[in-house]
Write a protein that binds this ligand. Structure first.
Ligand code: AMP
Length: 311
């Protein structure tokens, strides 16, 4: 899809509602807030909302709106960074007049009336940066929008250190940096949002299991969440402690949540998204996830990852 098709959809709808995925990360919230702020600045006559469950640790990027169902009538709904409809936070996104998907995940469902999907981008924030800077007459970026784009790009590229950051990424970051925001503040806040995981070193070192093939896994049950007084976003951040303190090739965090088991997988070099896909999940080569139905499935997944590692 051409960027100009998105532009046309934006200009013709009086209400624009922006969604992103559940368990949001820097790119999900960053792209959503950057798009909202930029559209508000560029089209002051339009109503623009950001929707989805609140994520306290990322509220420094921007907060969510609350709207009634009838706002969706005649609305353009844009979903950022979400490969599949089942993972969109707030399913009212399907009630709009026109649905647009903007994503950089290579696989996934082809939902929406219009789609801009391009895995050559590091992040949806990079995609939006490219769109905004390609149409400077149309899109007026604010400092707040620029800082949200910056956080999303930094998040998905591991502070520009992983293979996702290419020549175009750096060009867009250099354009974003012309805006008046303090990147050192963003780095500080990003570090804090990951929570200080050093206190979890004894816990993960004791609890993690590592197979002969170098697959480290940590299972966090419902009881453990209660005993450790962890909410789901803090539990999710245990993946940072696992990768930092448990030497392995692949790290897998299982968290029991709402009768399912959320899986976060990270890998140094071996592609893990194919395995996640076998379990109805997905993601990127080195960072993927899925939702499992039983603890037995967690065993199967570890075995499959081990087989993949041996190949
Ligand atoms: P996370 O570990 O939640 O940061 O997710 C890492 C990557 O995997 C992201 O690109 C997610 O979009 C993707 N992902 C995580 N969980 C799922 C899932 N249940 N289904 C599809 N993709 C997922």
């Amino acid at each position: 899809m051409e960027q100009s098709d998105i532009l046309k959809a934006i200009t013709t709808h009086p209400t624009i509602i922006i969604h992103r995925h559940i368990h949001p990360d820097f790119d999900a919230i960053g792209s959503q807030i950057a798009l909202k702020k930029t559209l508000q600045q560029s089209f002051p006559e339009k109503k623009v909302f950001a929707m989805g469950g609140a994520e306290k640790s990322l509220e420094w990027i921007g907060s969510m709106d609350m709207i009634e169902d009838d706002q969706y009538r005649d609305a353009l709904v844009i979903v950022c960074d979400t490969a599949e409809t089942k993972r969109i936070s707030d399913q009212r996104c399907l009630m709009g007049e026109t649905l647009v998907k903007i994503d950089h995940h290579s696989d996934g469902e082809s939902y929406g009336d219009l789609r801009w999907i391009d895995p050559s981008y590091s992040s949806v924030c990079e995609m939006l940066g490219d769109l905004f800077f390609s149409y400077p007459e149309t899109f007026k970026l604010t400092n707040e929008a620029a800082s949200a784009l910056y956080a999303g790009i930094m998040g998905d590229t591991g502070m520009l250190k992983n293979g996702m950051a290419g020549e175009r990424t750096l060009r867009i970051v250099s354009q974003i940096k012309k805006f008046a925001f303090k990147s050192d503040r963003i780095h500080r806040l990003m570090k804090k949002s990951g929570t200080d995981f050093s206190k979890w070193k004894p816990f993960v070192s004791y609890r993690a299991q590592v197979t002969e093939q170098g697959i480290a896994s940590l299972r966090v049950t419902k009881e453990m969440l209660v005993n450790l007084r962890l909410d789901s976003s803090e539990a999710a951040s245990l993946i940072h402690a696992l990768t930092a303190y448990v030497p392995a090739r692949i790290w897998v965090l299982f968290i029991e949540e709402d009768g399912k088991i959320r899986v976060r997988i990270r890998s140094k070099t071996i592609a893990v998204n194919e395995i996640a896909k076998n379990y109805g999940g997905g993601g990127h080569r080195l960072a993927a996830g899925a939702l499992l139905s039983s603890w037995e499935e967690t065993e199967e997944m570890i075995e499959e990852l081990g087989e993949k590692r041996m190949r």
